[in-house]
Each structure stands twice: as C-alpha cells, then as structure tokens.
Ligand binder design. Structure first.
Ligand code: ADP
Ligand code: MG
Length: 397
C-alpha cells in the first residue's frame, strides 16, 4: 500500500485538517498522561514549519452523538500548548459558522482545536454531510490517528475522500513499523499472544499461525488451550465453550508449520489478589480449587530460548495477571528478555494493546522495544490482516 505523507503536499499558506487521537486520561480537568499528545507533536510541528496551519479534529470519550460537556476537548488546550510550544485556540464546534469564524481569524504559527467530533451523530455514521461541513474548513486532510483508523467515521474516512489527503508522522511511523514487522518480516518471527480471553483474539490467532514461525500463548487464554487438550485447569479463567476453536487453531498451526508454545509450568493461587499465597506446579497439575494466574519459570526459560533464536517479535497480551504481584513475574521476565535482545540488536520487537503497553512499561521494557503502538483495537485489526478503513482511504481504497 502506498499513501501520501506531509512531504508530498505543498502546505504553505494552507489550512490542514489533522485528525488526531488525543483521547487522553483526564482527572479533575488535568491531563494525567500526555503520551498521545506528545506523539502527534511532530506532525503539528512539521505543518507549522512548512507554513501551514494545523486544525485539529478529534474525538473524546463516547458521547454518542450528543453534546456532553464533560467530554469537551477544551480542557486539553494547556497540555496541547505545552507539547506543541505554540498557541492553541479552541472552537466549540467542528463545523458550521462558529468553526468557520475561528478558522478565518487564525494567525500563522498557531493551532486550532475543534470540539469533539462525536458530539455529532454523523461522526460514527460516516455521514458525508458532516464530512463536507468539516472539509469546508480546510484545504488539506491529514490523518494522524492510526488508533482510530479501524473505524469508518466521518473524520477518519468520508472526509479523506473530499480533499487531498495524507498520513501524518505518527500514522506513518505506525504503518512503517507494522509493515516491517509483519509485512516482509525477518525470520524467524515469534508472536507472543496473551491476555484474558481467546474469544477476543480469535481472528488474531488464526491469522498469526499462518504467518509466524512460533506462537507463544500465555495469559488466561492459555488455559483454554490447556483445557482443549483435556487438562483440568481448576478454577482458572477458561472459556470452556471455546475449546473446540482452540483445537482448530492448534490443528491449523500444525498444518502451516507454526510451532506453538503453551505453558509447561504455571503459578497457581486460591485468591485473585496481590500477594496471595501461591505455588508453581506443572501445567497439567492445577489443583481443583486453585486458579492459574501466571506462567512458571520453566515456561519463561522456553520463551527466552525462542526469543534468542528469533529475528522479529510481535507481542500482544500479558503472560499473566500482571496487575497484581507476584503474578507479573513471567510477563516481566519475558519483556526484559525481549528488551535486552532488542538493545543488543538481534531482535526487532513490536508491541501493542492497552494492557500490553501498561505491562511493558511496568516491566521497564517498553523503552527498549523497537516500536510500541499506542493503538489498541486498530493494532489488533491490522495484525488480524484486516484493511483499516482510515488507512485504505489514504491509499485510494
Ligand atoms: P491487551 O489490552 O493488551 O490487548 P487483554 O485485554 O487481552 O490485553 O488482556 C489483559 C488482561 O488479561 C489483564 O487484565 C490480565 O490481568 C488478564 N490476564 C492475563 N492472564 C490471566 C490469567 N491467568 N487469569 C486471569 N486474567 C489474566
Ligand atoms: Mg485490554
């Protein structure tokens, strides 16, 4: 796929409508984690540098097509100004006369933030009329919201059809990182997939077994695979109605030559709480009254060995209930191993997913990964092999 970037368009004197994802956590009117804001700063800087004026379009929360004052983007203005080092003005609508007036009075070197696109019902309906209202405000469209690209919404899809369109720097970085990791990857490729449930990652697993050389399955979803092999998992999180599906994935893996690594030993406890009394047992020896909350040290050693022999790693989903100690041990150890190998130059490592990023940050490993995607759903859908509407439209799809 090919798409235009900011380098391919003349931005001088142009109003550039930039779709961004600044759906950041806010508490008491203050931004508590500005990661997503910092990630779009290069795009804003490059547009300003080229003599263009960035006009930001974004959603915030799920107001479901109504004006919900608590979901206004206005409180983000100070955090944006800090990240951009430029004045940011705000307009309480993303189309119409007020927005037009705000655009008309924009000074060069400043940025305009328009109100939550989801205050209009047409946003989530991909309404061409809403898109036309937004298009009237600018000359060029730039999508820098990879994390919203799996949704065909007015500001991510219909709008891109109405004006010259390009990918922003963050979108470019996400696509390039994912392409190089999975498009034409350096082999062997290892996928580490964990998390709570098989059901939420079924298509991901199905796509990966056809593409990767090793698939490490951990977390709660590994229990379903153990159960599929007739192993009792006691009181563990397990989707017993998904064991047939799990067996099919194992069969497909055997057919495609994808080696599956399931836990060989597990950490079990009677309570789901921090510091709960626990023991390490073979994967087929979970007591009836206990639950599996993490992979054991032998499993970690096997994962490390697979990582040592790999050239590319794609990771989604923690290996255990990483939020509560000591059940973060396997996730931490595997993450640090991947980080060490990446730092040493022998591994390309890409990770994504809300909880995954939190887990890798907690392990202190994220900084060494080759690329960490800020996208959750879009990252997964891309890995599932799906075309993302917001990306496809940039490539003329
Ligand atoms: P991501 O957001 O990165 O896609 P998921 O949401 O799929 O990841 O999975 C994360 C959740 O899985 C975490 O809340 C974690 O506690 C849970 N989890 C992992 N292993 C287990 C387990 N053995 N038992 C119960 N929950 C688990
Ligand atoms: Mg999650």
């Amino acid at each position: 796929m090919t798409w235009k970037t900011l380098d391919d368009l003349d931005l001088s004197g142009k109003h550039v409508l930039v779709r961004v994802d600044i759906n950041v956590p806010v508490e008491g009117g203050k931004v508590t984690d500005d990661t997503r804001i910092r990630r779009i700063a290069p795009t804003v800087a490059d547009i300003l540098q080229a003599g263009g004026t960035p006009i930001l379009l974004a959603h915030f929360g799920r107001p479901k097509g109504k004006v919900v004052p608590e979901m206004s983007l206005r409180p983000l203005v100070p955090a944006l100004e800090t990240a951009f080092g430029a004045p940011v003005t705000f307009c309480a609508d993303c189309r119409g006369p007020a927005a037009q007036a705000a655009v008309d009075s924009l000074a060069q070197g400043t940025v305009l933030l328009l109100e939550n696109t989801r205050f209009h019902p047409g946003e989530e309906q991909n309404d061409p009329e809403l898109a036309a209202g937004m298009a009237a405000l600018g000359d060029i469209y730039c999508n820098d919201a990879f994390s919203a690209a799996h949704r065909a919404h007015a500001s991510t899809e219909a709008l891109a059809r109405l004006m010259p369109a390009c990918a922003g720097r963050l979108m470019q970085a996400e696509l390039e990182a994912l392409e190089s990791a999975l498009g034409k990857p350096q082999r062997p490729v290892v996928a580490v997939v964990g998390g709570a449930k098989v059901s939420t990652k079924l298509e991901l697993l199905g796509n990966l077994v056809a593409k990767v050389d090793h698939l490490v399955i951990g977390g709660g979803m590994a229990n379903t695979f153990l159960a599929a092999q007739g192993i009792s998992v006691g009181k563990s999180l397990c989707e017993h109605d998904m064991t047939g599906t799990a067996s099919e994935i194992l069969t497909k893996a055997a057919a495609t030559g994808c080696a599956i690594l399931l836990p060989v030993d597990v950490v079990v406890a009677r309570e789901f709480k921090a510091g709960a009394a626990n023991e390490t047992v073979p994967a087929d020896a979970c007591p009836e009254d206990a639950m599996i909350l993490d992979a054991g040290p032998q499993t970690v050693a096997q994962i490390s060995k697979v990582l040592e022999g790999a050239k590319t790693l794609i990771w989604n989903g923690p290996m255990g209930a990483f939020e509560i100690e000591p059940f973060d041990a396997a996730t931490n150890a595997a993450a640090r191993k991947a980080a060490d190998l990446t730092r040493a130059g022998s591994l390309i490592s890409v990770a994504g997913g809300g909880d995954t990023v939190a887990a890798l940050n907690k392990a202190g490993a994220a900084v060494d990964f080759t690329y960490i995607s800020t996208a959750g759903g879009a990252f997964l859908e891309w890995m599932e092999g799906k075309a993302l509407p917001g990306v496809a439209v940039l490539s003329g799809g």
